[in-house]
Design a protein around this ligand. Structure first.
Ligand code: NAD
Ligand code: TYD
Length: 364
């Protein structure tokens, strides 16, 4: 699909979605409509810098509201949907899987239904050009042993958490809509992202915030779980490459080729903070091992040969460079952090990490 038609972005007020929208409005000429329910993870401040851009429109709503989605599609006439909206945090899916089933599975289904209705009524040429891009995760492939080869697009699905199971289910629905109805879908499976505007429940921003407050830096289990880290703007570039040049019906792995253990990540955050904002003692002295996450996947790694070979995309940012930019962004934006870490954020931290709550006690 040439990137010259309007797009509808679901979940565009969240971490990756907002980075995608900001980048889109710089790189492309065409309008963007964001549909976002503004859950705890959605934040309009993420999009404040484009509020005056006449190409940008924000609609607060649920992807599961088929009538609303259909109305938006008829009004905006997008040539593509980029579907980020989801419940995205594994630990929350363990404490309360229901919302993950509702948004990730039922929501994606309702969205697909509305999109299918709209797409079927498009003129032939536009139907061919149309794309539904579903943003998914490497976690659907399950867990790797330390020496196993990285996940390819052919690796069988083996999701282990309610989060990854709900994403796997949505991937299957998206695939079925292509196979059964011919809807021109694309699916991207991406590794762990990091960068500006990530909600501080995820490892990297949580550790940065705790370090700045002198609080313990919680490392689950032995800290040897391995993730493959990708800087968020590289992910957004990858999504645009897939949208523009990907073959409908195909899936593409996206990753950073930056495998690291959690302990290495936390140590590198501490070392970077020691340079950027020295405290009286090394931040690493705050590292605290806590009870492991139930069913914690040991290792994820992505084989990205397909997207590299077929679409010419590869990650540009190094982990050291991306991490420094990320930490600097959090240091420069204390108000953003202050706003998102009030209210429901505090309740979550109490539930997950405070010994006085039953779940928190289990984590100590
Ligand atoms: P996020 O939690 O920061 O943002 C999710 C956004 O979706 C929020 O703005 C939220 O308000 C919105 N949303 C939630 N439920 C909704 C609903 N029912 N209707 C409309 N909007 C709703 O998530 P993220 O980290 O930006 O992830 C975006 C997507 O990328 C997700 O689909 C996730 O599975 C996938 N992904 C994330 C990562 C990662 O490392 N963060 C890696 C690979 C894939
Ligand atoms: P997270 O950012 O939640 O992403 P995901 O579970 O989707 O990979 O966690 C990244 C890794 O860091 C994961 O192995 C769990 C671990 N982790 C900790 O050790 N401590 C923490 O406080 C958090 C939030 C995560």
């Amino acid at each position: 699909m040439p990137l010259n038609s309007p797009v509808l972005v679901t979940g565009g007020a969240g971490f990756i979605g907002s980075n995608f929208v900001l980048q889109w409005l710089v790189e492309q000429q065409t309008p963007v409509t964001v549909l976002d329910k503004l859950t705890y993870a959605g934040n309009l401040e993420n999009l404040a810098s484009v509020q005056q851009d006449s190409r940008y429109r924000f609609v607060c709503g649920d992807i599961a509201d088929g009538a609303l989605v259909r109305r938006l599609l008829d009004e905006q006439h997008p040539g593509a949907i980029v579907h980020f909206a989801a419940e995205s945090h594994v630990d929350r899916s363990i404490l309360g899987p229901g919302e993950f089933i509702r948004t990730n599975i039922e929501g994606t289904f309702q969205l697909l239904e509305a999109v299918r209705g709209y797409w079927m009524e498009l003129p032939t040429e536009q139907r061919k050009e149309f794309r539904f891009l579903h943003v998914s995760t490497d976690e659907v492939y399950g867990s790797l042993t330390p020496t196993a080869p990285a996940f390819t697009e052919e690796t069988p699905y083996a999701p282990n958490s309610p989060y990854s199971a709900s994403k796997a289910a949505s991937d299957h629905l998206v695939r079925a809509y292509h196979h059964t109805y011919g809807l021109p879908v694309l699916t991207t499976n991406c590794s762990n992202n990091y960068g500006p505007r990530q909600f501080p429940e995820k490892l990297i921003p949580l550790v940065v915030q705790n370090a700045l407050k002198g609080l313990p830096l919680p490392v689950y289990g032995d800290g040897q779980n391995v993730r493959d880290w990708l800087y968020v703007t590289d992910h957004c570039d990858g999504i645009r490459a897939v949208l523009e040049r990907g073959v409908a019906g195909q899936t593409y792995n996206i990753g950073g080729r930056q495998e690291m253990s959690n302990l290495e990540v936390v140590r590198q955050i501490c070392a970077t903070l020691d340079e950027l904002k020295p405290a009286g003692k090394p931040y690493a002295s705050l590292i605290t091992f806590v009870k492991d996450r139930p069913g914690h996947d040991r290792r994820y790694a992505m084989d990205i040969a397909k997207i590299e070979r077929e679409l010419g995309w590869q990650p540009r940012e190094t982990f050291a460079g991306g991490l420094r930019k990320t930490i600097q962004w959090y240091l420069d934006n204390p108000e953003w952090v202050e706003h998102v870490t009030s209210g429901s954020y505090r309740e979550w931290i109490d539930l997950q990490y405070t010994p006085s709550s039953p779940e928190g006690a289990a984590n100590r």
